[in-house]
Design a protein around this ligand. Structure first.
Ligand code: AHR
Length: 312
């Protein structure tokens, strides 16, 4: 009897297992790598068959992957959209095929009826928290800020810029003097910071760097050190993501603040998807994840230890 029951249970699980396609942007940052790892883990926990497609930073690859998922007739699609525009046609194709699409970590400018839900942080708020931190830290001292933007046209680059500007609004002593994309990568973050340092009298005219992610901040820290200045002291460093490496930099006094972005977007996405597929429960159009500010006074070594094995 128990063998028969086991067989029946296994059949039930197999019958209810779903296949989900995941169009991931690529692997530009430590945060992105963690999101990929966590998405695989969350799928495995739930017995979901995850089909993974790495778009290598190209929207055209994401569109191809989504079309291929639709052709395979899979149950749902997760997409982390590299940029915010240009999704209408492919999202309509998924809708026509009755395949729910969930956006992960970035938003799009398409009509909300074209996707089931978006699991993201409040990207404007993240930038605002970073700006407010800096405004408080510098007080009334003059401060020229250089900004390393994320990928051009991506929702985090647009929103984190806007949020930071809101955060420093009304503090006329703080000015963004240079702003350029570093594409969310360490290498580009370092390169662009080097050019900012050259253009600003070796860094003497820079009071702070605001990076749209920690990886670019880590690259900038390297550039500042190579220019003979002390990151965290001569030039303050504030960024977003809270990846383990930024806590090592904080522990060394080389980074000042970061705003946490959880890499677990897939857990809430799969839960919403299950409720939708099981009982037709429509999730809210936005499932918001938390944003938390960390500074050097938050025991960076302990945070590093707690995070270092989480897939970053
Ligand atoms: O969309 C989230 C952003 O993308 C992360 O902050 C960044 O590290 C990543 O590449």
């Amino acid at each position: 009897l128990s063998a028969a029951f086991a067989t029946l249970a296994a059949t039930t699980v197999a019958a209810s297992a779903i296949t989900v396609g995941f169009s991931q942007i690529g692997s530009e940052s430590g945060w992105r790598a963690a999101e990929t790892t966590v998405t695989r883990q969350e799928a495995e926990k739930r017995g979901i068959d995850l089909k993974f497609a790495d778009a290598q930073q190209k929207q055209e690859n994401q569109i191809k992957a989504i079309r291929s998922f639709i052709a395979q007739g899979i149950d749902a699609i997760l997409v982390a959209p590299v940029v915010a525009t240009g999704w209408d046609a492919v999202l309509e194709e998924a809708k026509d095929a009755d395949i729910p699409v969930i956006l992960l970590d970035r938003t799009v400018d398409s009509d909300k009826s074209l996707y089931l839900t978006a699991v993201t942080s409040d990207l404007v708020h993240e930038g605002k928290v970073a700006g407010e931190w800096l405004a408080k830290d510098v007080g009334t001292n003059p401060c020229n800020v250089v900004e390393l933007q994320g990928t051009t046209g991506s929702s985090p680059a647009i929103d984190r810029k806007k949020g930071f500007e809101e955060g420093i609004a009304g503090h006329d002593n703080i000015k963004i003097t240079r702003s350029q994309t570093g594409d969310f990568t360490r290498t580009k973050g370092k390169e662009v910071m080097e050019s900012f340092l050259r253009a600003e009298d070796g860094g003497k005219n820079i009071c702070a760097v605001y990076a749209h992610n920690d990886d670019m901040a880590v690259g900038a820290i390297q550039a500042i050190k190579e220019a003979g200045l002390k990151p965290g002291t001569d030039i303050k460093v504030v960024s977003i993501d809270a990846v383990p490496d930024i806590f090592l930099a904080m522990e060394a006094g080389e980074a000042n603040a970061t705003v946490e972005l959880t890499p677990n977007m897939a857990g809430p996405a799969f839960d919403a998807l299950k409720a939708y597929l099981d009982s037709g429960t429509e999730p809210p159009k936005w499932i918001q994840t938390e944003s938390k500010l960390y500074t050097q006074s938050d025991d960076p070594k302990a945070v590093y230890e707690a995070k270092k094995d989480l897939g970053y």
